[in-house]
Design a protein around this ligand. Structure first.
Ligand code: PHE
Length: 351
């Protein structure tokens, strides 16, 4: 093997052994650089005769071209390998589902509340909203539930260590019933001034949905829950109307008339007589079980008086239903706490 063939082989081997472009450039310098081996050979030409210079020069040149070709080939190979590596690292799996912007949805309790509002609005009920931080007077006393009366423990609430300007203790309302008083008082003055018209007396017909609070926590009770208060008082509003209104509501809410309503005697300080309203589905998974959904009763004359209305003229009914309970029954949810955990896997099902 000629010295030039050996040189070419050495260069090829060096290039092949260079694992990176930087090391390849170092190897290049060893052969083609200013003091590289090819350059050294060229320098050696000076000592030769003209004829020898010609042939040897041409041979060296040939060798140099071959070394350059080997260098280019190795450069290309390294670049291709680098590209391959990059492509692998940045590989796109086009079968992955795209990233979507999450769309929000209404909370199931909000949905239930909106259904309830729409149904009662269709029966001519106004929809009212009131404070969650209440005074002792609205939460209890005005509802015929005097201080220190044991019936107050029926709605054991969270008391706040603050009094309002009239000296009434503040609490987180344990029920929506204070709204009976608030709404009626907001309208009573106007009504009291109005004489009976041929259409009859002006009536109060309202629902008040919202948050309520009690010292309670298990699978069916949460310290914060939701109620809807209903109130209809007028000249001649009776239990018969309560039954008609409630049956209409409950069949619309559950979208079935395969159910029965039952009034079970009960006690509330603000109604007399009082009743729990139970419902029973005649079909479906809950078939045959009586389920309590509401307290109710004929508004107590003292409460009518506290509303600023004359109990000799005004009579009617009130009810207070648990919205969470209704939503659980409608959506088949068996743990109330699921509504308030904020778990998107649960909530997303209601979108
Ligand atoms: N406020 C009662 C409760 O929370 C329910 C109720 C409302 C009962 C209106 C009668 C009339 O239990």
């Amino acid at each position: 093997m000629s010295d030039l063939d050996a040189l070419l082989q050495a260069a090829q081997a060096d290039f092949a052994a260079a694992p990176t472009p930087a090391e390849l450039e170092n190897a290049k310098a060893r052969f083609l650089g200013k003091s590289g081996r090819v350059t050294e050979l060229m320098k050696g030409l000076g000592a030769l005769s003209i004829d020898e210079k010609k042939t040897r020069g041409a041979e060296i040149n040939q060798c140099k071209l071959a070394i350059e070709a080997a260098l280019t080939a190795r450069r290309d190979a390294l670049a291709a390998a680098e590209l391959e590596k990059q492509l692998k690292a940045e590989a796109l799996d086009v079968t992955l589902p795209g990233r979507q912007r999450g769309t929000g949805g209404l909370h199931p309790i909000t949905r239930a509340m909106e259904r309830i509002e729409a149904i009662f609005a269709s029966m001519g009920f106004d929809v009212a909203d009131g404070p969650e931080i209440e005074t002792d007077w609205y939460s209890f006393s005005a509802l015929n539930n005097p201080e220190n009366h044991p019936a107050r423990s029926m709605q054991d609430t969270f008391y706040v260590d603050i009094k309002d300007e009239k000296g009434s203790w503040l609490n987180l309302r344990p029920h929506t019933s204070p709204m009976q008083i608030r709404y009626a008082r907001a309208h009573a003055k106007r009504y009291a001034a109005q004489a009976t018209t041929p259409e009859g007396m002006p009536e109060i017909r309202v629902i008040a949905p919202g948050r309520t609070y009690r010292v309670d926590s298990d699978a069916t009770h949460s310290p914060m829950f939701h109620q809807v208060e209903g109130l209809w008082v007028g000249e001649n509003i009776s239990f018969k109307d309560l039954k008609a209104v409630y049956l209409n509501f409950i069949t619309a809410f559950f979208e079935t008339d395969q159910l029965q309503l039952r009034f079970r005697p009960s006690y509330f300080p603000f109604t007399e007589p009082s009743a729990e309203i139970d419902i029973m589905f005649e079909s479906g998974p809950l078939k045959g079980r009586w389920l309590e959904v509401s307290g109710s009763g004929q508004v107590h004359p003292q409460v009518i008086r506290n509303m600023g209305l004359d109990p000799e003229r005004y009579i009617g009914f009130a009810f207070g239903s648990g919205i969470d309970r209704l939503a659980m029954l409608r959506y088949g949810v068996n743990d109330l706490r699921a509504f308030f955990d904020g778990d998107l896997r649960f909530l997303a099902q209601f979108k």
